[in-house]
Design a protein. Structure first.
Length: 574
């Protein structure tokens, strides 16, 4: 790819792809268009076998769940609990992955006759993960505890659980600490001794592997001689939703699980998700991974951000359409409230950044004790995108969220300042912390120095990397169908971005107050640029565009539409 110093309207630097002619030639044994083959080559798929495996999303290609470390112990203890009617409690996180993995475990275990309940902690009063008070309450009424989307780092709470006689099974996917908590089984693909080949599962994916192994064990034990064997495929809608919403890689096993889950979601069989699709204005037959990430997921997450996430589990579990509709309405309202709180917080944070010139340093730390902890990560993302700085946003109770930019490992940077924080954790792109307000200046100084050492001096410029340069006269509606072979899209398998330069603008207008509707190229392709209304007057007669291609349906007629990602005036033609 070539580095182009000509910045776009959003201040990004485009790194253009090499000309197609210099890329590897297409593979003749596959019935794929050459441009599709070039895209697959760019994504590291170099031969027929790799490409065929990538395109085949059959469930038969899933790995054996028994390869996962501690799977036999987990299956044996749950089987015993089912047979001997031991009480089981599923302890889930309050985000989409926690809600979905909890749903999968409760739903399956109840279906095979287990005595099972669930517990979701309150984000505001209890915080993330397993806490000792909850453990003591659960120990008074259960013999088995299954943690989902949490637990692998809960050394002290699970030590208490062990002392109280609770048999613990951890179902998690986060990074594994040096010292593991005491448990009957610790299911986490990131364990160094775990032989399960795919490491990118979310907690719902791990839960699905657990129920698959448990069903097989129950079958071999004769548990279904007098009852119908459950179909675990009914849980794949929850697996797909969690996998997309938790932003794990949509590759390998995850791609298979999401593709199968989307096929199930298209049938709208689960009342709760059918109701959520209705309030989200999603046509089930047309649902995509993007809908899960941007429309369904946020509505479930919103409840956990602002109130108690138990409503999300209730929605997923209910078979009552009327109850599902009411719960979907509650989640939709919570999402509207969350969006309003987020917008107000973003506006306040931007005002503070600009007033105090915080964006002149290598990193930004913004604090207000009134900011709701449930929206801080979203606000940090917005500030990071706007100012191209690693950003930490701290609110009520000294709780904060951090988001990073390309070239800065925010977890490593925060580690150099951890002496000033009560606690912190995360990964290279995002992290969280708790800090005493008086320590924020010291924390920011140390963080700033770490960012300077990693990235150098600001200003930092955001980079956009289109996948392929294309002539607009070669665009046609059939390409959308061909691209659908590469779906589902998501993390590590993004929807391809195209770039075209020197496009004449045939018409331009504002739609919906802040969006830009264009007719571009000599062919007059319809294009929509969401949020670009403010740039209307900055466009000349010719434009360069980075875009995705999509099918637009209006009054029953299908046409090609370009969904603009970024724009810049054509340097040589205006």
């Amino acid at each position: 790819m070539t580095n182009d110093q000509h910045l776009s309207l959003t201040g990004k630097q485009w790194v253009l792809p090499e000309p197609t002619s210099t890329q590897p030639i297409p593979l003749p044994s596959l019935s794929l268009e050459p441009w599709i083959c070039h895209l697959l080559h760019q994504r590291g798929l170099q031969d027929d076998h790799q490409i065929k495996s990538y395109l085949n999303t059959s469930l038969q290609n899933l790995e054996d769940p028994r390869l996962m470390a501690d799977m036999p112990q987990a299956v044996e203890r749950l089987s015993q609990a089912i047979t001997e009617k031991h009480s089981i409690v599923i302890y889930g996180d309050y985000d989409v992955d926690g809600v979905c993995s909890t749903t999968i475990m409760v739903e399956f275990l109840r279906g095979v006759g287990a005595t099972v309940d669930y517990y979701i902690p309150d984000r505001k009063s209890e915080g993330y993960g397993v806490n000792e008070n909850a453990i003591r309450e659960i120990a008074s009424r259960a013999q088995v505890l299954v943690t989902t989307d949490c637990g692998i780092t809960a050394l002290e709470p699970l030590t208490v659980a062990n002392q109280l006689g609770l048999d613990v099974i951890v179902v998690d996917h986060h990074q594994v600490p040096d010292e593991l908590p005491p448990a009957v089984a610790l299911l986490d693909p990131h364990r160094p001794d775990c032989n399960f080949p795919f490491k990118g599962l979310c907690a719902a994916g791990v839960a699905f592997m657990l129920i698959a192994a448990l069903r097989r064990h129950l079958r071999e034990s004769g548990a279904f001689t007098e009852s119908k064997e459950p179909d675990i495929r009914v849980h794949l809608d929850a697996v797909a939703l969690a996998t997309v919403a938790d932003m794990v890689p949509i590759q390998g096993t995850n791609r298979i699980l999401v593709a199968a889950g989307l096929r199930l979601l298209a049938q709208a069989k689960r009342p709760g998700l059918a109701a959520l699709m209705k309030v989200s204005k999603i046509i089930p037959e047309q649902i995509s991974a993007s809908d899960l990430g941007y429309r369904i997921g946020p509505r479930i997450n919103a409840r956990g951000r602002l109130d108690h996430a138990g409503a999300g589990v209730e929605l997923m579990l209910t078979q009552d359409a009327a109850k599902a509709a009411e719960l979907a309405r509650v989640l939709d309202e919570a999402n509207l409230t969350r969006r309003e709180i987020e917008k107000n917080t973003v506006d306040q944070a931007i005002e503070r950044v600009e007033k105090e010139q915080l964006n002149e340093s290598a990193s930004m730390v913004v604090y207000d004790p009134t900011w709701h902890p449930g929206v801080l990560g979203l606000v940090a993302s917005r500030l990071t995108q706007r100012f191209c700085r690693p950003t930490v946003v701290i609110g009520e109770g000294g709780k904060g969220s951090a988001r990073s930019i390309e070239g800065v490992n925010i977890h490593a940077a925060m580690a150099t300042a951890q002496e000033f924080a009560v606690r912190f954790g995360g990964h290279h792109a995002a992290a969280g912390l708790t800090i005493e307000p008086e320590q924020i200046p010291n924390f920011h100084r140390a963080l700033n120095q770490a960012v300077l050492e990693q990235k150098g001096n600001p200003p930092f410029i955001a980079v956009l990397r289109p996948d392929m340069e294309i002539q607009t006269q070669n665009l046609h509606l059939g390409m959308v169908s061909q691209l659908e072979q590469l779906a589902p899209f998501g993390q590590k398998n993004p929807e391809p971005l195209f770039v075209a330069t020197g496009l004449p603008i045939r018409s331009k207008r504002i739609v919906g107050q802040k969006h830009l509707k264009l007719s571009i190229g000599s062919e007059g392709h319809d294009a929509i640029a969401f949020g670009f209304g403010e740039h209307l007057n900055a466009l000349g007669n010719y434009v360069d565009a980075v875009f995705r291609i999509e099918r637009n349906v209006y009054r029953g007629k299908e046409s090609l539409q370009l969904k603009i990602e970024d724009l810049r005036p054509s340097q040589e033609l205006n």
